[in-house]
Design a protein around this ligand. Structure first.
Ligand SMILES: [Zn+2]
Length: 344
């Protein structure tokens, strides 16, 4: 059994409403509930269209009224109703005569169906126009990605191919999300699609840890003629056994000679952050740490520290003269460095 639907109520009109009133009611409702405007109201719009197609067609409307007990008291009948009336009168009084009137009635019927089709087309044209009205240009968002280089690469410069996930306007629905009232299958109704792009980037020599490289126009594509975003690469330098990066701080393990440890003085350390002069006091021990405040990685207004841990390293190739001097040093030394080994 077909469920009764009150088409008059659905369209917000009365059984007395004229075709023009029904048409304008439908236009108004279509603007509000068409699935291209509001996808959640697709079912409601189906009912609205069903109500409209029935009530705008005089014959369908008549049958619907009879079937559901509606009466219309419209003063002006539509021309097709008149034709129908004439046809009925003729056929009842003179059956099988005047086929001309019957065909005339059918012609009128066809005519009213054409009017209906035109209205629907008009309304859809309105929507298409609305959809095709060029939206405001939107600039694409910037994309940030990380690249890691080793110390040798940071010194000499290198190249990296970065895989960037771009989000761009759906090529099928152009961001409208729906096509003819149904969800766009290409973007699954999202209006945009993701795309992996490989971008090869030159990393300049002597790059510093935490540097930001800007690659113009390689961010997300702009929409509707907007500018592309930029791609920002955060360069991270991977340390080695002697250099460790930890946020803005850099930790160095620096070898010193036995005589530098004993006599102290200024030593020169060649780092990725530049040459550092470090003053070490006389009688410096292995493992002693020195902090160079504010000389680490610089980022915006902040800068980290460099922390240098020195350790005494014995040169592996010693000249005869050096050996003789060490022997002399041995003879001159009277202090037992291990005398406190078992004491607290
Ligand atoms: Zn789409």
């Amino acid at each position: 059994m077909i469920k009764f639907k009150n088409y008059y109520e659905i369209l917000g009109v009365t059984p007395d409403s004229s075709n023009a009133e029904i048409k304008s009611a439908y236009r108004r409702l279509a603007r509000k509930y068409h699935p291209d405007v509001n996808p959640a109201t697709a079912d409601l719009f189906k009912d609205i269209t069903e109500a409209y197609t029935t009530l705008i067609n005089p014959e369908k409307r008549r049958q619907y009224n009879i079937l559901n007990g509606f009466f219309e008291n419209r003063k002006t009948n539509t021309s097709s109703q008149k034709a129908e009336q004439e046809y009925k009168e003729k056929t009842t009084s003179e059956p099988n005569k005047d086929k001309n009137i019957k065909s005339q009635f059918e012609k009128k019927q066809k005519h009213s169906e054409k009017i209906f089709a035109d209205t629907i087309n008009d309304i859809f044209k309105e929507f298409t126009k609305k959809e095709q009205k060029k939206p405001e240009p939107q600039n694409g968002a910037d994309i940030t990605a990380d690249v890691t280089v080793n110390i040798a690469e940071a010194l000499k410069g290198t190249e990296r191919t970065v895989n960037v996930l771009h989000t761009k306007l759906c090529p099928k629905c152009q961001g409208r999300k729906f096509i003819n009232g149904s969800k766009c299958s290409t973007c699954d109704g999202k209006g945009e699609v993701s795309e992996h792009r490989k971008i090869t980037v030159k990393i300049p020599a002597k790059i510093k840890n935490g540097s930001k490289l800007r690659i113009k126009g390689e961010g997300n594509p702009g929409k509707y003629g907007g500018k592309n975003g930029d791609l920002y690469l955060n360069v991270k330098i991977q340390g080695n056994s002697k250099i460790k990066y930890d946020g803005l701080n850099v930790y160095y393990e620096v070898p010193i000679t036995p005589f530098e440890a004993v006599l102290g003085g200024e030593i020169l350390i060649n780092t990725l952050e530049g040459n550092i002069k470090l003053k070490i006091p006389a009688r410096t021990n292995s493992g002693q740490k020195f902090r160079l405040s504010g000389q680490g990685v610089k980022q915006k207004n902040k800068s980290g520290d460099i922390i240098v841990a020195v350790h005494i390293e014995i040169p592996q190739s010693l000249s005869d003269d050096e050996i003789k001097l060490y022997e002399k040093l041995q003879k001159a030394s009277s202090h037992n460095i291990r005398e406190n080994l078992l004491n607290d």
